[in-house]
Design a protein around this ligand. Structure first.
Ligand code: 5RP
Length: 227
């Protein structure tokens, strides 16, 4: 099966298995969650009353196009289920996220969610985080070269993410450094080191955050980690 078919299959499975009428739902970001949002649009068209919160401007716009109303996170007490993607998943359901640039809102929404359902295809699976992708770290613009230097002291090569005609800007107006570690052997320790660097807004390690990971394999099967 093509990668895009796997994304559609796993995203729709998450909606089928976890979204119920009258829920508060978190909408993740990325090319896999794209299919979940479209499916949620079909549920809403069919009469489901869902209250949705988006993790990015991109997902908010897609949701609106699909007829799904989006509210501010401050307007609701908590989120029943969030469906989101990931860039790497290890065997303990720890994740790297943020290649799509939405890690800050994604982490806030995940923290407000009772269930965090992650949808990936098997290409995202790793035994050690950091072996396939860089770790995205969102930083404020002021003095960002100093922040980069402090990040590199943690053992990575940090590259400022570029967009059209200049540095990529997040929805919150910050920059992202993609930090290449090659292998992150102790993600909890690394997170504690990164979080105390002045200028760091958020990092893309999502540790003990996912309650479920659905992994689509090329044979058409979906493996479930967690609940
Ligand atoms: C965005 C993310 C995405 O969930 C992650 O990049 C996966 O995206 P895709 O499903 O397109 O591979 O963390 O910030």
């Amino acid at each position: 099966m093509m990668n895009v078919d796997l994304k559609k299959m796993v995203a729709e499975k998450a909606v089928d298995d976890y979204i119920e009428k009258d829920m508060n739902v978190g909408l993740g970001t990325g090319s896999t969650v794209y299919y979940a949002i479209k499916k949620i649009g079909e549920l809403v068209a069919g009469g489901y009353r869902l209250t949705c919160v988006a993790t990015s401007v991109q997902s908010e716009e897609l949701a609106k196009k699909c007829g799904v109303a989006v509210v501010d996170l401050n307007e609701i007490d908590s989120i029943d289920v969030t469906i989101d993607g990931a860039d790497e998943v290890d065997n303990n359901m720890n994740l790297i996220k943020g290649l799509g640039g939405a890690l800050l809102r994604e982490k806030i929404v995940a923290a407000a969610s009772m269930k965090e359902v992650i949808v990936v295809d098997e290409s995202k699976r790793v035994s050690v985080l950091g072996t396939k992708t860089s770790l995205p770290v969102e930083v404020i613009k002021f003095g960002h070269l100093k922040t980069k230097y402090a990040l590199e002291l943690q053992g990575c090569r940090a590259t400022l993410r570029m967009g059209d005609g200049g540095p990529f800007e997040t929805d919150s107006g910050n920059y992202i450094y993609d930090c290449r570690f090659n292998s992150i052997d102790n993600p909890f320790f690394l997170e504690s080191r990164i979080d105390v660097i002045p200028g760091v807004v958020e990092n893309g390690l999502f540790l003990n955050t996912a309650t479920t990971v659905l992994i689509a394999s090329g044979t058409g099967k979906i493996e479930r980690l967690g609940e």
